[in-house]
Design a protein around this ligand. Structure first.
Ligand SMILES: [Zn+2]
Length: 484
């Protein structure tokens, strides 16, 4: 065992974590770690099954006398995110994660640690091996490929699990129980455009920059500026005053990020360049005031560029795109009625791209309520169709609506109180979790998610608080005992 882990409690959990860190297990490379999990099942004479994609369920019989207790599911995901600092030599398909400890936190050396979700996997295996625990019948579920689209959970068949009480071990703040997440779905809008010979005039590049951006779910309630929306606003105002021609509009690059930059190439009559700058300055003054505390670095860059190639949009195509971008929704649409401050429904106008014959717009929407997500997508479709644009809306993934009356939540809270003599908090997140998918497949599944203190997951700064892992373990043990 690694010397840094030798003295940590609980030993059984850390022993498994030590094995897991030696087995490469990035997303979509879970075969070896799955073999390890199965080897532990075999060693303990436990029944197990593995489905076609690689998800595993191990069944542990109840402690004698507790066979009638409800079946509990403990779930973790097998894969980890592989990120390293550029100056570190490391092969995620071969090398063991190197460990370091600082101020009570376990980290890796220049790479992700895989505590997300290796600690959850190790805890489940420790539950399997520990003969001293008191519990009802258990299903230990290990999913594959959580990190690149929740696909393992997506493949689980209805007969794979018998239990209806579900502990997800993949949360990141000890003492906080997650009881909800959002579902999500994308829309791609395609607006056909016509072009004509570019008018004479001065060609300007207009760029919105300096915005904070951020995660399209977690950060959507921060009130940050959307570069595409802001660019469109200044162009709209400009077009009201001075007849402009648009050559192209670009902005954003990731569906799950709020766009930080957007840029337009336009032509204004040369005699009107100064007047155009005044209109833009006024529009920017308004925006800067609206975002005065949130987006202090917001700026508009205007520069004259070479009178280059290419035709510009016809007047009617120009009006269509400017109006469409103005009308499309972006931001928080609805707040949770159960959890103060939690966003229930939102949408992110994420990507704008101009090609020769069409302009495409990518939008990602989220909600913890399925019908509200569907309604948001219909609103986007309706708006797009008013501009004679078409939409493509592939299936999304489902959310998990918070149930504050959940029985497993009540037991988890009582167990936490019993262990630590303090109250746990309850939260939900505006992003996707495996519980959303599981909840949709298994109606009536009663779920809660928790975990140890974990900071900076998915980055080489990932670290897990050692003392919180021991509390996490005690809490699991108590929940099992209370439901037995
Ligand atoms: Zn995770």
């Amino acid at each position: 065992m690694h010397p840094l882990l030798e003295k940590l409690a609980p030993q059984l959990l850390w022993k498994h974590f030590d094995e897991i860190r030696k087995i490469p297990h990035g997303s979509k490379n879970e075969t070896a770690i799955a073999q390890y999990v199965i080897s532990v099942a075999k060693r303990n004479n436990a029944n197990y099954s593995q489905d076609a994609v690689g998800n595993i369920v191990i069944r542990k019989s109840a402690t004698p006398g507790h066979e009638k207790a409800p079946m509990m599911i403990l779930q973790s995901h097998l894969d980890m995110v592989c990120e390293k600092n550029s100056d570190v030599e490391f092969d995620f398909t071969k090398d063991a994660i190197q460990l370091a400890v600082k101020d009570g936190w376990l980290t890796a050396v220049g790479t992700t640690l895989g505590a997300d979700n290796g600690i959850g996997v190790a805890a489940s295996l420790a539950v399997l091996e520990d003969k001293t625990l008191v519990h009802g019948p258990l299903e230990l579920l290990f999913t594959i490929d959580e990190e690149t689209g929740l696909t393992g959970a997506g493949f689980i068949k209805p007969d794979f699990l018998k239990g209806r009480k579900y502990l997800n071990l993949d949360s990141e703040e000890e003492g906080v129980f997650t009881i909800g997440c959002s579902g999500g779905a994308d829309t791609t809008i395609t607006l056909p455009i016509s072009r004509e010979k570019a008018p004479a005039g001065t060609r300007l590049q207009i760029k919105i920059a300096g915005l904070k951006g951020g995660h399209s779910g977690i950060d959507i309630n921060a009130g940050r500026g959307n570069a595409i929306k802001l660019l469109n606003r200044v162009l709209w105002d400009l077009d009201m005053e001075i007849p402009i021609a648009i050559a192209s509009l670009q902005g954003g690059n990731k569906r799950n990020a709020i766009p930080r930059e957007a840029v337009a190439e336009i032509i204004v009559p040369s005699a009107k360049v100064e007047a155009a700058r005044l209109v833009l300055d006024k529009a920017m003054e308004e925006l800067k005031f609206e975002f005065r505390t949130i987006e202090k670095d917001l700026r508009l860059e205007v520069k004259t560029i070479e009178a280059a190639k290419g035709a510009t949009l016809t007047n009617s195509s120009k009006k269509q795109i400017l109006n469409l971008l103005y009308a499309l929704p972006h931001g928080v649409l609805h707040l949770s009625q159960e959890i103060p401050g939690l966003v229930e429904t939102s949408t992110n106008l994420a990507i704008l791209d101009t090609k020769e014959k069409e302009i495409t717009i990518g939008q990602s929407s989220r909600s913890s309520v399925g019908s509200a997500l569907a309604a948001t997508r219909k609103k986007i479709k309706a708006t797009a169709e008013l501009a004679n644009a078409t939409v493509n809306q592939p299936d999304g993934y489902p959310g998990w609506t918070p149930n504050i009356d959940s029985e497993i939540l009540k037991i988890s809270k009582e167990a936490y109180q019993a262990c630590f003599n303090k109250e746990a908090q309850v939260a939900a997140i505006h992003a996707g979790l495996e519980c959303g998918i599981i909840g949709e497949k298994f109606p009536g599944m009663d779920m809660v998610s928790f975990g140890p203190d974990l900071k900076n997951p998915h980055s080489p700064d990932e670290k897990v608080n050692i003392a919180s892992v021991e509390r996490f373990w005690k809490h699991i043990v108590k929940i099992l005992e209370m439901t037995a």
